[in-house]
Design a protein around this ligand. Structure first.
Ligand code: GDP
Length: 177
């Protein structure tokens, strides 16, 4: 029987960034028979949400890990298995942007993630007071040396409506396959 190539993609970011909403939207868009849960019922991830989609010949397995302080220490247990990372930022939460940058910087400093493509989602672009992609790039600019030569895209996104989801996933597929 025809076997698909499987790739593990981590979905990381602070709690409340929109990781679970993004995963639900991805499953809804890419899995034909997926009915999905009501997006308004999603609450912040405690533990782990998983999901699988098929795109062309690739099967992507997503691991959406909890973003609270005490759960961030579990992220690195998954690094060795991962082929790509999606890092979700709440673009409206300027107060926690520094905290998000620190978690991002710690994550990309891990040797286990060297060379692994990074999709950064500037999420919640539907809200009026959101930071733009250039604003976020500026706030994260001192991470650039640690990103190094690995593929990295900062994608504007509204997980709630699905805007930017296809573009992000298609970019990730091109990088990992
Ligand atoms: P997680 O903790 O990172 O998994 O975040 P959730 O997916 O649980 O989302 C946290 C909150 O942000 C929920 O109330 C979501 O409805 C809301 N949210 C997520 N994405 C968006 C978005 O693109 N726009 C808006 N306005 N709200 C969003």
């Amino acid at each position: 029987m025809f076997q698909k190539d499987e790739y593990c993609i981590l979905i990381l970011g602070l709690d409340n960034a929109g990781k679970t909403t993004f995963l639900e939207q991805t499953k809804t868009k890419f899995s034909k028979n997926y009915k999905g849960m009501s997006l308004s019922k999603i609450t912040t991830t405690v533990g782990l949400n998983i999901g699988t989609i098929d795109v062309g010949k690739a099967r992507l397995m997503f691991w959406d890990l909890g973003g609270q302080d005490e759960l961030q220490s579990l992220w690195d247990k998954y690094y060795a298995e991962s082929h790509g990372v999606i890092y979700v930022i709440d673009s409206t939460d300027e107060e926690r942007l520094g905290e998000s940058k620190n978690a991002f910087e710690k994550m990309i400093s891990s040797e286990a993630l060297e060379g692994v493509p990074l999709l950064v989602l500037a999420n919640k672009q539907d809200l009026e007071n959101c930071l733009s992609v250039p604003d976020i790039k500026t706030a994260f600019s001192d991470c650039a040396p640690k990103i190094g030569k690995r593929d990295c895209l900062v994608q504007p996104c509204t997980a709630l409506t699905g805007q930017g989801v296809n573009e992000g996933i298609e970019w990730m597929v091109k990088c990992v396959v």
